[in-house]
Design a binder for this molecule. Structure first.
Ligand SMILES: [Zn+2]
Length: 244
């Protein structure tokens, strides 16, 4: 018998979601984020790139501002108004101290109890569906920066900028993991999740010939029904949870 998911912890007030690209959160996590902001929790977004290499038919210089604007719209739909972007290059994000330092600075600035990110594993399914290098780099750096943020001797130059250590991150929740452990019931948040994904209209129109709304509805339906089998039959978003 397949093991049931544990419910996500609820005793927190501030979360920071850190992902590589505009739309990384909207393919699943946004439904859970919609629920959390609806409960009065504070969630902010940090995008490591502007997703400028994501649209084949659009040069990066034009794609970047457009995708940034679509991301802000998609975030607002699920109650997120704080959306910031780092200037790493889409497609070639390098895992390493420079990325960890940038994330540590933002974690110390916002002081979240929960960090949310996207699948850091090599594959999506634990077998053959290869993940992208940007997702792997950012996901791993988020898991590392959760600890870096609390250590005064790592990136001590940040303290001189006013970013004193924050050792309050209690969990890192990884969405899209092939090894999920926890889930959130998103029964009442499917519509907002669809509209949040639909905000990435330019990207979706370049990606598929299908009707954008139908495409979003199908994807969100699939994403939330896969987890429901292990969460009491309710539409759910799953995470691999790393407590600290
Ligand atoms: Zn992505």
């Amino acid at each position: 018998m397949t093991e049931q998911f544990e419910p996500m912890p609820g005793d927190w007030t501030r979360a920071l979601a850190i992902v590589a690209h505009p739309d990384d959160l909207e393919y699943g996590a946004a439904a859970a984020i919609s629920r959390w902001t609806g409960e009065g929790r504070e969630v902010s977004y940090l995008l490591v790139t502007r997703g400028e290499a994501g649209i084949d038919t659009l040069p990066p210089g034009q794609a970047a501002p457009l995708r940034e604007s679509e991301q802000r719209t998609g975030a607002a739909v699920v109650g997120v108004t704080a959306v910031d972007f780092l200037d790493h290059r889409d497609g070639v994000i390098e895992y390493g101290p420079a990325l960890r330092r940038d994330l540590t600075r933002e974690i110390r600035r916002r002081r979240p109890e929960l960090l949310i990110t996207l699948n850091h594993h090599d594959t999506w399914d634990g077998r053959s569906s290869w993940n992208t290098p940007d997702h792997r780099a950012v996901g791993r750096a988020v898991l590392d920066a959760a600890a870096d943020a609390g250590n005064r001797w790592i990136f001590s130059e940040l303290a001189a900028e006013g970013f004193t250590p924050w050792n309050g991150v209690r969990w890192v929740a990884v969405n899209g993991s092939p090894h999920p452990t926890h889930a959130v019931d998103v029964s009442d948040h499917l519509e907002r999740a669809v509209r949040s994904l639909l905000a990435h209209r330019t990207y979706i129109e370049a990606l598929t010939d299908r009707n954008p709304e139908e495409y979003c509805r199908t994807l969100i339906g699939q994403a939330t029904s896969e987890a429901s089998a292990r969460f009491g039959g309710r539409p759910a978003v799953s995470f691999e949870l790393f407590p600290r």
